[in-house]
Design a protein around this ligand. Structure first.
Ligand code: FMN
Length: 504
C-alpha cells in the first residue's frame, strides 16, 4: 500500500493529538441539553425478549481471559448462551441517580460513559431464535428484528470468504455512532470508538470462552456491503468489527437479496454534529473493493521485535482459581474514580499484565507494545518498564519515583499519580499502516482497547481497581524514549487500590 493511502491516518493522528498547549488553546464546552441518547431505538420494529434469568458464568475470570475455543469446535449455541455473551459484552449493569438524571452504566468501560458502540447479530443457527438479523438493545434486553433469513453467506462474501464466518452459527457486527462520543471528544472521538469497541470485545471474548463458544474478531470486510445490510450510512454510523461466533458443518444457505432497510430510529439529540476530520478519517479507512478487502485480509507483517534484556524480571502469577468468577467480575467492574496511593503486589501486577497480553483471536496481527510506570508494587522497584508480551517479562527502562510524571501524562488527572501502576499501550503506527493501510489505524486502537479491557477484568477479578485514561500523546512517547522512539500511545489503563474500597 502506497504512502498516499496512509496519509489520512497519519494526518488524523497528528491533528487529534493532545498536548499541554492544545488542551488549553482549544477548550470545549459540553452542551448538556444536546447530549446524545446512549441507545439506538427502532420504535416500529418487532422485537424478541431475551431470557432475563441469566445465571452468568462461574468460570474463573483469569481462565476465561486466557482460554479460547478452537475455531472448529462444533457445539450448538442456545439463545440463553448468546444472551449471556451479549449481556457480558454490553449489558446494562448499573443505574445511578445524579440530581434529576438517571445514568446507565454498562458491562464494559466506555470513555465518558457515552457508549457509541451498537451491536447487531446475524443469527444463522441459534437454538430458540428465528434465523435473521437483529439489533441488540441493552436497555431492555431485547433484540429488534431487522431482516429475516440467513445472512451468513452475504457477510462472508463481504469478508473475503473468511472461514470462521462461512461456518459461524452467529455473526456479531459492531458499529459506532460517532456523534455520541464526538459530543465530548470532537474528532478525536474516532480513537475512543475503537477503544470502547475493544473493551466490549474483551468482555465478549471472555464470555464466549466461558461458554465454550469459538469467537474470532474480523476487521477486513467491505464496508459498503455491511452498511447496506445494517441500514447505516458509513458516515454518521460506521462499521468497526465483526465477530464470528461458534461453528457448524452446515454450509451457509444463500442469503436473500439485500433490499434497502428503511426502519426509523429515534433521534439521539436535537442537533447532531459531524466533525469533518473524523468523517474523512473513516471514509479513507473504509474498504470498498473486493481487491482492497483481499489485500488487507492477506497482509503480512513482521512480528514485533521484543527486546527484553537478559535481566528482565519474570514474576510469579496468581492462579486462575484465585480470581473471581467471570459473571461476578462483570457485575462488579466499574472504573475507579480515585486511587489510594497504596501498593498492589508485584504478583498481582504480573497477573494482570499476563491476562492482558495474549493477542486476541483476530484477522489482524499483533500491533501494540506495552509500557508501564510502576508507582507502587510490593516486590518491584518503582520505575518505568517495558513489558514483553511474549516473554511475560518486565524490562526496567528507568528506576525512580515517577508519580508526578504519571499524573501529568494522563492529562493531569490525579488517577495517574495515585494509582499503583499506569499501563500504556503503544504502537509503531507506521508499521501498522504500512502493512494494513489506513485500516491499520483502527485495528491498532481496537487491539489496545481489547488488551485494556482485559486488564480491567483481571484487576477487578483480583479485588483491585482500574480505569481507562486518555493522555498527552507526544509527551508520553518522550517519557518512554529511547525504547519507545517512533511509537504512539494508544490507550492508558491505571491499576490500583480504589480509595473507597481498600482490600483488607
Ligand atoms: C478508553 C477509555 C478512556 C477513559 N478515559 C478516562 C479518563 O481519561 N478519565 C477518567 O476519569 N475516566 C476515564 N475512563 C473511564 C470512563 O469514564 C468509564 O468507563 C465510564 O464513566 C463508565 O463507567 P464504568 O467504567 O464505571 O462503568 C475511560 C474509559 C475508557 C474505556
Amino acid at each position: 500500500m502506497g504512502n498516499d493511502y496512509i496519509e489520512a491516518a497519519r494526518v488524523f493522528h497528528e491533528i487529534t493529538k493532545h498536548s499541554y498547549t492544545s488542551v488549553r488553546s482549544s477548550p470545549h464546552f459540553l452542551d448538556w441539553d444536546n447530549k446524545p441518547l446512549p441507545y439506538k431505538i427502532y420504535p416500529g420494529a418487532a422485537s424478541v425478549a431475551l431470557p432475563r434469568d441469566l445465571n452468568l458464568s462461574s468460570t474463573p475470570t483469569l481462565a476465561a481471559l486466557s482460554s479460547y475455543v478452537p475455531a472448529d469446535f462444533s457445539a450448538p449455541i442456545e439463545t440463553a448462551a448468546l444472551t449471556r455473551i451479549l449481556f457480558c459484552a454490553d449489558g446494562l449493569t448499573r443505574h445511578k441517580r445524579m440530581g434529576a438524571d438517571d445514568y446507565h452504566f454498562r458491562a464494559a468501560a466506555s470513555a465518558g460513559a457515552l457508549y457509541p458502540i451498537e451491536i447487531y447479530v446475524a443469527a444463522s443457527d441459534v437454538e430458540g431464535l428465528e434465523t435473521g438479523l437483529y439489533h441488540f438493545s441493552p436497555a431492555d434486553l431485547r433484540m429488534a428484528g431487522l431482516r429475516r433469513g440467513d445472512w451468513r453467506g452475504y457477510i462472508a462474501e463481504a469478508a473475503a470468504k473468511r472461514p470462521s464466518i462461512l461456518r459461524a452459527r452467529a455473526v456479531i457486527a459492531m458499529s459506532a455512532i460517532y456523534w455520541r462520543s464526538e459530543w465530548k471528544y470532537r474528532a478525536r472521538a474516532y480513537r475512543y470508538c475503537y477503544w470502547d469497541a475493544g473493551t466490549i470485545l474483551a468482555n465478549l471474548l471472555a464470555a464466549a470462552a466461558a461458554e465454550e463458544i469459538s469467537a474470532e474478531v474480523i476487521t477486513a470486510f467491505g464496508d459498503p456491503a455491511l452498511e447496506a445490510i445494517l441500514g447505516i450510512d458509513g458516515e454518521r454510523e460506521g462499521m468497526i468489527a465483526l465477530v464470528a461466533l461458534g461453528h457448524t458443518d452446515e454450509p451457509a444457505a444463500p442469503s436473500p437479496p439485500c433490499e434497502p432497510l428503511t426502519m426509523e430510529t429515534i433521534p439521539l439529540s436535537s442537533n447532531e454534529l459531524a466533525y469533518p476530520d473524523l468523517v474523512k478519517m473513516h471514509r479513507e479507512s473504509r474498504l470498498v473493493t473486493v481487491e482492497e478487502v483481499a489485500a488487507v485480509s492477506a497482509a503480512k507483517i513482521d512480528s514485533i521485535q521484543h527486546s527484553s534484556s537478559a535481566n528482565a524480571l519474570h514474576l510469579e502469577t496468581i492462579t486462575s482459581e484465585e480470581s473471581a468468577r467471570l459473571g461476578e467480575t462483570i457485575l462488579r467492574r466499574g472504573s475507579s474514580r480515585a486511587f489510594a496511593q497504596e501498593a498492589i503486589t508485584a504478583e498481582e501486577l504480573a497477573t494482570i499484565m499476563a491476562a492482558s497480553s495474549e493477542h486476541p483471536q483476530a484477522d489482524f496481527p499483533a500491533l501494540t507494545d506495552t509500557y508501564l510506570i510502576v508507582n507502587a508494587a510490593d516486590g518491584m522497584h518503582a520505575g518505568a518498564y517495558y513489558y514483553d508480551r511474549n516473554a511475560r517479562a518486565f524490562e526496567m527502562l528507568k528506576l525512580g519515583n515517577f508519580r508526578g510524571e504519571a499524573g501529568y501524562l494522563c492529562l493531569e488527572q490525579p488517577l495517574g499519580m495515585d494509582c499503583s501502576a499506569l499501563v500504556v499501550y503503544m504502537a509503531d503506527l507506521e508499521r501498522a499502516l504500512n502493512a494494513l493501510g489506513n485500516r491499520g489505524y483502527g485495528d491498532a486502537h481496537l487491539e489496545a482497547g481489547i488488551l485494556g479491557g482485559r486488564a480491567y477484568l483481571a484487576a477487578y477479578s483480583l479485588g483491585r481497581g482500574a480505569t481507562g485514561l486518555t493522555f498527552y500523546d507526544d509527551d508520553t512517547t518522550k517519557f518512554f524514549e529511547p525504547h519507545a522512539a517512533g511509537k504512539s500511545p494508544l490507550l492508558m489503563v491505571a491499576l490500583g487500590i480504589p480509595r473507597s474500597r481498600m482490600k483488607s
